[in-house]
Ligand binder design. Structure first.
Ligand code: URP
Ligand code: ZN
Ligand code: ZN
Ligand code: ZN
Length: 486
């Protein structure tokens, strides 16, 4: 059965034009005028855009002594209702440290639940010969990006020589290294200092993670990537110091990518001060929300092209779990949410205000990340042959965001009360209409698929012998138990 999306304005990362899209067998078969199909999907008065890709989520992830509450089902469903048709989730090795087992574990959890498509990044949380070897297995299993935590000391943090070795291995395998850029050593010092001064509430989280520590780590990671000769992707860029490092590297011709979050673009540090404990704790994430000046810088980066992707870092813990840190901010599970609202909030605060164009909106929510992660044009593109992950985006449906009406299973929403001016009229995943505004669409767990991402053709030779480290790490790290005060 063919379908045709009729009467809309097609928006790609390059241009807008009136046209119809014919869909056959889950793929775009043709784009043109007056196309016909067995079923008509009405796009009159709406934009037709590639489905959003959120490249940064943590669904059901074990972290800080607990597990993120958003499930693969609720997460992919909430995302789809908001116009996002693919998530790239972070796999974290379990206590056995095995990368291969982590990927299989993520498949076991996600496959029966996902309502739309998913990919994975892999976290590198230590360094030894089996990690070196299993990175190749990960790439063969369709995972071509590896995240390195420069924070969460004693749990997930890697040292500089470990990063150098792992980045080198990425280069050799044609994989993309990513970093969580914050200086974990100094953060630990500052946490101890503020706790000792009796600052135990969520504001201590913001105090102990100043933007300089993010800028320092971003610069360091960029220089290490330069020394190796590899591209680098910096996740959750929150501040001008990190943005400046990215901008400078790009001006010199280095392929460094920066990912601000929709939360960082719209919410600021005032969320932590003079608010109830619950309000502030629900917004505790790393890095923390910054001042308005940093926000302006991030917006400028999106329109100037020095920042390429808007993500959510959706890592949502319900209020009960946040209370683990009631008497000590270092014990509040880190993470916020946003995958359901990313597109609508960015449209309202970005396109409606004239800060970014509709084409830039498509670029930063879908097309750029598909290119960066090597799944373009299967994803992120409206061209014949691409997966028909398409959203009929209606700029005339407004709504007030509220936890009471959201699809996410979390008991709050950091955008509570926001008025958004656009919504997904229809969301299509590989040609299936999985969501229609105002109809009683129901989640279809298990219909989503894992999308393998091939290695980059730019794989090169690199000095990546794991033994190149003179002092292989014997530090015990336990991702489930970030020790008290760290
Ligand atoms: O606070 C955050 N960002 N939690 C999720 C884990 C991470 O660092 O991305
Ligand atoms: Zn319709
Ligand atoms: Zn992170
Ligand atoms: Zn994250």
């Amino acid at each position: 059965m063919s379908k045709v999306i009729k009467g809309g304005t097609i928006v790609t990362a390059d241009r807008q034009f009136a046209g119809d899209i014919l869909i056959e067998d889950g793929k775009i078969a043709a784009i043109g005028d007056n196309l016909t199909g067995d079923e008509v999907i009405d796009a009159e008065g709406a934009y037709v855009i590639p489905g959003g890709i959120d490249p940064h989520t943590h669904l059901e992830m074990p972290f800080m002594g607990t597990t993120a509450d958003e499930t693969f089902e609720s997460g992919t469903w909430a995302a789809a209702t908001g116009g996002t048709t693919m998530l790239v989730d972070f796999c974290l090795p379990g206590p056995d440290g095995s990368i291969k087992n982590a990927i299989n574990d993520w498949h076991r959890k996600s496959a029966p639940q996902i309502c739309s498509d998913i990919g994975y990044h892999m976290a590198i949380t230590g360094w030894n010969e089996s990690i070196f070897n299993e990175m190749k297995d990960a790439v063969d299993m369709g995972v071509n990006s590896f995240k390195h935590f420069m924070a969460y000391k004693g749990a997930l943090m890697v040292e500089d020589d470990e990063m150098y070795a792992s980045f080198s291995r990425c280069k050799e395998l044609g994989a993309l290294p990513m970093v969580h850029a914050e200086n974990g050593d100094i953060i630990q010092e500052l946490q101890q200092k503020y706790l000792a001064e009796g600052i135990t509430g969520p504001e201590g989280h913001a105090f102990s993670r100043p933007p300089e520590l993010e800028g320092e780590a971003a610069n360091r990671a960029i220089m290490i990537a330069d020394a190796v000769g590899t591209p680098l992707y910096i996740v959750h860029v929150s501040c001008e110091q990190a943005h400046e490092a990215i901008r400078r590297a790009r001006q010199k011709g280095h392929r460094v990518y920066g990912e601000p979050l929709i939360q960082f673009l719209t919410l600021d540090e005032s969320e932590y001060f003079n608010k109830s404990w619950e309000h502030a704790a629900r917004r505790v994430m790393s890095p923390p929300f910054r001042s308005k000046a940093h926000q302006d810088g991030l917006w400028a980066g999106l329109s100037a092209g020095s920042l390429q992707v808007v993500a959510t870092d959706h890592c949502a813990f319900g209020t009960e779990k946040k209370k683990m840190g009631l008497n000590d901010f270092t014990q509040i599970p880190n993470g916020t949410g946003g995958l359901e609202d990313r597109l609508a909030v960015l449209w309202t605060t970005g396109v409606e205000t004239g800060r970014i164009t509709p084409e830039e909106f498509v670029a930063v929510t879908s097309t750029n990340i598909a290119k960066i992660l090597n799944i373009y044009p299967q994803k992120g593109a409206l061209v014949p042959g691409a997966d028909a992950d398409i959203v009929v985006w209606d700029p005339k449906i407004s709504k007030t965001i509220s936890a009471n009406s959201q699809k996410s299973i979390i008991d709050y929403n950091v955008f509570e009360g926001f008025e958004v001016t656009a919504q997904a009229r229809h969301t299509l995943s590989r040609g299936d209409v999985i969501w229609s505004w105002g109809k009683n669409s129901a989640p279809q767990p298990g219909r989503g698929r894992f999308v393998p991402r091939p290695a980059f053709s730019s794989a090169g030779t690199a000095l990546s012998r794991w033994k190149a480290l003179n002092t292989p790490r014997k530090v015990e790290r336990d991702p489930m138990n970030i020790p008290s005060g760290i």
